[in-house]
Design a binder for this molecule. Structure first.
Ligand code: NAP
Length: 271
């Protein structure tokens, strides 16, 4: 599928740790069914100290495509042979493609963020606070800067926040800073950690939008509390769907219908 779709069964998948929460196999299965491609997409649970081995395995086993999720998005960029301009500028990758002998890193998360936020408002010159400074945060900050927003990064470890802010044109701040948009890119609130939240109810502003990139559950504690104080809320499913659509487009040269992927995801989330 790298450059031209094939009739042979293709083995591909996602590397992440832990692997239990991912919906990517469901989305990709729906996409390949729709496009008539015989591809098998698996979730591979790869702990952090095995990422190098996973990429060696990708070469040795002839896997042509891998998605990448928590917490490997920054590491794979260093291990890949080449990277797209966007992945290099973001400093993180969620997509690996074997082209000949090379592994090429790309990033479609930032497109998922833009496609999620663009229909909601004109964000130019508005203020965003991004919680977290990992691989997802990098794609979010890049997308928000491309929308000409002023971005503040708030993270548990200050050093990582400073690096993201410096490299992507944002500032380091606190949850006390004013914002029009609050984006959670930490795993806090993700199943099974349902009682956690990255921001106390008291800091949520009724005139703001709160976007949680977590999608399992769709309604996190953060979004429930944000809605209860009058914020507009956005869950992580649109981002997930749009980054997957772009990933399949990159790999197959054709894009699946986002609504088919949404239906497949909701079947699982509501089961
Ligand atoms: P990552 O690279 O491991 O980064 C995780 C970030 O969360 C780091 O900034 C980390 O802070 C912070 N964090 C982790 N545990 C924390 C805790 N207990 N308290 C406070 N901060 C904590 O992971 P990632 O790839 O960015 O993914 C993060 C989340 O984004 C995932 O859980 C996923 O739900 C979401 N995501 C969603 C989509 C989507 O399409 N909807 C796509 C990508 C990611 P430190 O720097 O201090 O360690």
């Amino acid at each position: 599928m790298t450059s031209a779709p094939t009739d042979l069964p293709v083995l591909c998948g996602i590397i992440l740790h832990p692997a239990a929460h991912t919906l990517s196999p469901v989305l990709h299965a729906a996409a390949y069914r729709e496009l008539g491609l015989s591809a098998h997409y698996h979730a591979f649970d790869v702990p952090p100290d095995s990422v190098r081995d996973a990429l060696a395995g990708m070469r040795a086993l002839g896997l042509r495509q891998l998605s990448v999720s928590i917490p490997h998005k920054e590491t794979v960029l260093e291990l890949a042979d080449r990277a797209s301009e966007e992945a290099r500028r973001i400093g993180a990758a969620n997509t690996l493609t074997r082209v000949g002998d090379e592994i090429v890193a790309d990033n479609t998360d930032w497109i998922g963020v833009r496609k999620t936020l663009e229909p909601l408002a004109d964000w130019k010159d508005k203020r965003a606070t991004v919680l977290g400074a990992g691989g997802a945060a990098r794609a979010v900050v890049f997308a928000l800067r491309s929308l000409e927003m002023h971005v503040t990064v708030v993270n548990r470890s200050a050093e990582r926040a400073e690096r993201v802010a410096r490299e992507l044109g944002a500032e380091v701040g606190t949850l006390e800073d004013p914002f029009d948009l609050l984006v959670n890119t930490t795993p806090l609130g993700m199943s099974p950690d349902l009682d956690s939240t990255p921001a106390a109810r008291e800091v949520l502003r009724p005139d703001s939008t709160v976007f949680d990139t977590v999608y399992r559950p769709l309604e996190t504690r953060l979004l429930r509390e944000a809605a209860s104080v009058g914020c507009r809320v956005q869950d992580g499913l649109d981002m997930l769907i749009h980054q997957a659509v772009e990933q399949v487009r990159l790999w197959c040269g054709r894009a699946p219908d986002a609504e088919n992927l949404r239906a497949a995801a909701l079947d699982v989330l509501k089961a």
